[in-house]
Design a protein around this ligand. Structure first.
Ligand code: SF4
Ligand code: SF4
Length: 100
């Protein structure tokens, strides 16, 4: 299987160098865990990750396209210009195939 951009970002744990938009962030205190953002995030990015009790956006995989935000019924997805690297534990939940 050829290496894709997303796989490359997973391996390197780094954002695409040409992405200039800030990643987005799930405000977990308001999230109702409906998975709408998971479905709205394009597979080429696959930045929304289901963890055991919540969903998170892995900033290194998030292009900043903003498609997930209008899908959220409680408006709890916001831009995160001051993002910090995803914790190691989040990467354990990143699937190589974003749709699995
Ligand atoms: S901003 Fe785009 S890439 Fe980032 S989580 Fe939302 S839909 Fe996915
Ligand atoms: S769409 Fe909003 S409420 Fe639903 S899982 Fe995503 S962040 Fe949470």
């Amino acid at each position: 299987m050829p290496t894709t951009g997303r796989q490359h970002r997973i391996t390197g744990r780094a954002r695409h160098p040409h992405w200039h938009l800030a990643p987005w962030l799930v405000q977990s205190s308001s999230c109702i865990n409906c998975d709408a953002c998971l479905k709205a995030c394009p597979a080429e990015f696959g930045a929304v990750v289901q963890r055991r009790f919540n969903v998170v956006i892995v900033p290194e995989l998030c292009s900043g396209c903003g498609r997930c935000a209008p899908a959220c019924p409680v408006d709890c997805i916001v831009e995160d210009p001051d993002w910090t690297p995803a914790p190691d534990a989040w990467w354990d939940d990143v699937k190589v195939d974003a749709r699995v």
